[in-house]
Ligand binder design. Structure first.
Ligand SMILES: Cc1cc2nc3c(=O)[nH]c(=O)nc-3n(C[C@H](O)[C@H](O)[C@H](O)COP(=O)(O)O)c2cc1C
Length: 156
């Protein structure tokens, strides 16, 4: 009986992680998140935004977008056209969350994360967890990435 309840609660989901990264920080975060989901019953797929179109998001139950901030609060280069073209997809019924690294010495700290959060909402997705913003070196803050991923998992 206990076992049946457990299976019912933990529905297998398709998780799509799509990231844009210039120097590798967002890529590392993506890999960490994927490794954690990889140990669960869920199916996880990681894509560099360079190689995909927004319609790929329709393949997933859960969409996790990762993007660093450049310029003065601008999306990582490869994400710019992807974000523009997101208007073409209806993400109603999809669960989503956003993560990214940044540097709080810049005026617009992790603005890319906020831009994508808003865009996902405009496309009809449900934001299931507060976004993750890592300030500074990512490798030494992987515990935060782990905690966030576990938080997302609890909302599925
Ligand atoms: C020229 C330049 C501009 C940046 N602008 C911002 C910014 O506006 N806001 C912010 O939070 N971080 C900013 N950053 C910090 C980057 O987002 C940070 O280094 C991040 O880890 C890069 O991740 P990536 O290697 O995945 O691209 C900037 C960094 C550089 C070198």
């Amino acid at each position: 009986m206990m076992e049946r309840q457990k299976i019912g609660r933990e529905k297998k989901m398709k998780i799509g992680i799509i990231y844009g990264s210039m120097l590798g920080s967002t890529q590392s975060m993506s890999q960490k998140i994927a490794d954690i989901f990889g140990k669960t019953e869920h199916e996880v797929n990681v894509s560099n935004v360079q190689n995909v179109q927004p319609k790929i998001m329709l393949d997933y139950d859960v969409i996790l977008l990762g993007c660093s901030t450049w310029g003065d609060g601008v999306l990582q280069d490869d994400f710019i056209s992807f974000e523009e073209n997101m208007k073409e997809v209806d993400l109603s019924g999809k669960k989503a969350a956003v993560f990214g690294p940044g540097d709080s010495t810049y005026a617009r700290f992790c603005e890319a994360v906020d831009i994508l959060d808003e865009k996902l909402i405009k496309c009809g997705a449900e934001i299931i967890h507060e976004s993750l913003k890592i300030d500074g070196d990512v490798e030494s803050q992987m515990d935060k990435v782990k905690d966030w991923t576990e938080g997302v998992m609890k909302k599925l």
